[in-house]
Design a protein around this ligand. Structure first.
Ligand code: FAD
Ligand code: NAD
Length: 403
């Protein structure tokens, strides 16, 4: 019989884990495995706040897919997916090519959520991609570089607004505030001219997270000069201007958007029933009504039965789903039955710039971590991903020294 065609869309956390696992489990004897990626590299979305603030070079946050996967086992197609057509089991690509599949795994990641605020796409840095983060960094440095040369200083040029005090916003401002003294010195900019705001709709940053940790993080950032504006939903953005729902206006040449995410627009365009672009998948990670389509990572939605709320979309989840989807496809190829996916949430860790971090871990019980010990655990979890993806060698070359 013809070997089944397994098509994986997106080389993010979910897609890469799925491909790596399928290579190992099925090899070339039992299936044709194809991975479609926009770029020749896999980038680490979870490190992009560092790239965006300029505390990590973008090359450190990416790796060539061919060096991680085995091109002899996985056919790597560098192209952009433009459409998913479940009725005839094909995927269309920007190059004009079509790919057909027997089993599809969709891991196309997320895009910015605006909640109806106008002007976000036009006037903010909202793309949490490698290219988007690098552009953000270059823009920030340009704001500093031009300042000493200006005949007339405009306050907004050195005003940095982060929209949304969720984990992305907090981690980003953590990096920027940590780097600020170096930026000021490098570009001859007086420190007192720089303003940094985090604008949050909820009554505090990181709503719903452990209050002691939130306080720790907010205090630390305030000491570095970050000003929090809470209970302040943003309603609109214009060129160089943030407009709050209560009418307040904040002129700022740098607006970084981080008010949450929605699934890749291709999901809704393909006709899947979705909630903010995320498909509520069956327990085996298949799209309801589609026996041959698995959806993982930020494009998928799973309800946490304990809280009756969706699990937040995280890399931790995408990695586990990538593995589980690969195992379920393997079952189908081998004539078995897919099994249920059970997430194992090991904790939440957020970096705050420099050696600072905070978070919770469920390891020998539930505990809170602050500072260096939190950063140690965060680096260890990154290294664990590299080991899972491609063994110790990748962890040693790409991983971070936890000490
Ligand atoms: P991604 O890893 O984002 O990958 C999607 C891939 O699809 C990308 O490679 C993209 O290029 C590709 N793609 C998109 N569209 C197309 C197309 N049309 N054609 C071809 N390819 C396409 N989560 C944690 O668990 N821990 C953290 O510490 C953490 N930190 C974060 C920090 C930041 C700054 C951000 C923004 C997020 C963070 N997250 C964290 C969340 C985490 O990054 C995401 O949940 C995770 O990346 C989702 O994995 P994914 O595989 O669904 O998508
Ligand atoms: P988020 O949904 O976690 O946070 C968005 C924040 O923006 C919320 O606090 C929300 O109240 C606020 N907000 C929404 N609309 C607003 C408005 N109009 N004006 C002002 N504030 C507004 O989104 P995120 O931070 O982008 O994170 C996306 C996902 O990635 C989440 O699941 C998150 O857990 C995950 N993530 C995890 C980490 C980590 O574990 N270290 C880091 C970054 C992101």
């Amino acid at each position: 019989a013809a070997k089944p065609k397994i098509l994986i869309l997106g080389a993010g956390y979910g897609g890469m884990m799925a491909a790596s696992r399928l290579q190992k489990k099925l090899g070339t004897d039992r299936a044709h495995i194809t991975l479609v990626s926009k770029h020749s590299y896999h980038y680490l979305t979870t490190w992009l706040h560092e790239v965006g603030a300029g505390t990590l070079h973008h090359d450190n946050a990416r790796m060539e897919i061919r060096k991680v996967l085995n091109p002899g086992k996985t056919n790597i197609v560098q192209d952009t997916v433009t459409g998913i057509h479940t009725e005839d089991k094909t995927v269309t690509l920007k190059s004009g090519d079509d790919l057909s599949y027997d089993y599809l795994i969709i891991g196309l990641g997320a895009t910015a959520e605006t909640f109806g605020a106008e002007g976000v796409y036009e006037h903010t840095y909202h793309a949490w991609t490698l290219d988007g983060a690098r552009e953000m960094k270059d823009h920030i440095e340009f704001q500093f570089a031009q300042y000493p040369q200006q005949k007339e200083h405009k306050d907004k040029d050195l005003t940095f607004v982060v929209a949304g005090g969720g984990f992305t916003g907090i981690e980003f401002i953590g990096e920027l505030s940590e780097r600020l003294p170096e930026l000021c010195e490098h570009y001859d900019v007086p420190r007192e001219k720089v303003k940094m705001y985090v604008i949050e709709a909820a009554p505090s940053a990181l709503p719903g997270f452990d209050p002691e940790l939130v306080e720790y993080g907010m205090n630390l950032l305030e000491q570095r000069g970050v000003e929090f504006k809470v209970n302040k939903p943003i309603s609109e953005v214009k060129e160089g201007l943030v407009i709050l729902k209560d009418g307040e206006e904040i002129p700022a040449s740098t607006i970084v958007w981080a008010t949450g995410v929605r699934g890749n627009p291709l999901i809704e365009e393909a006709g899947f029933e979705a909630n903010r672009g995320r498909v509520k998948v069956d327990s085996d990670l298949r799209a309801p009504g589609h026996d041959d389509v698995f959806i993982i990572g930020d494009c998928s939605l799973i309800i946490n039965e304990e809280t009756e709320r969706p699990y937040p979309p995280t890399a931790q989840m995408a990695i586990q789903q990538g593995t589980a989807a690969a195992d379920n496809v393997t079952h189908l190829v081998m004539g078995g039955t897919p099994g249920p996916f059970k997430p194992e949430i090991l904790g939440t860790l957020a970096s705050l710039g420099g050696k600072e971090a905070m978070g919770t871990v469920s390891l020998f019980g539930h505990r809170k971590l602050y500072g260096r010990s939190a950063l140690f655990m965060k680096h260890m979890s990154d290294n664990r991903y590299f080991t899972k993806l491609n063994g110790m060698a990748l962890a040693l070359t790409k991983g971070r020294n936890p000490l």
